[in-house]
Design a protein. Structure first.
Length: 149
């Protein structure tokens, strides 16, 4: 049984957002922002819907969290995302001063770690691999279906 405040619990919530993206024909990535063990923002990729290459799940979730808290920093917040953030999203988390980044599947082609872990805020704790197999399967299934079309 999952603890209500476990990394797995919050990753399951991000995964639900990734499923929504998958069903909408978006690259299936979901994200949630957690503050004081409460989800304050959730989002999924919307690059196709919004015709905006920056409409990644992380960017939308961070913007929603800023609006929710009424500030431009999130130093008491954690970001949960189903896929390792790209450099843009990792940079945004740096500026947001996220305290913890938890992600599911790594992204060896476009993930931030490909360039440098130093792109994150020095106080950000990184926890990779939560629900990794489920997150990886969803991404792989999406791109397999795209190639079949």
């Amino acid at each position: 049984m999952l603890s209500v405040f476990s990394d797995e619990y919050f990753m399951k919530e991000a995964y639900k957002e990734a499923i929504i993206a998958f069903e909408e024909g978006e690259v299936p990535v979901g994200a949630v922002v957690v503050c004081q063990n409460r989800i304050i923002a959730k989002a999924h990729n919307q690059t196709e819907r919004l015709n905006d290459s920056t409409a990644h799940a992380e960017m939308i979730a961070l913007t929603s969290a800023f609006n929710h808290l009424g500030g431009k920093y999130l130093p008491d917040c954690s970001l949960y995302v189903t896929l390792e953030p790209c450099v843009m999203c990792a940079g945004a988390s740096f500026w947001a001063q996220i305290v913890k980044l938890v992600y599911g599947a790594s992204d060896p082609k476009r993930g931030f770690d490909r360039l440098s872990e130093n792109i994150l805020h020095p106080k950000t704790k990184v926890i990779p691999g939560i629900m990794e197999s489920e997150c990886r399967y969803l991404i792989d299934d999406f791109f397999r279906r795209v190639r079949e079309k």
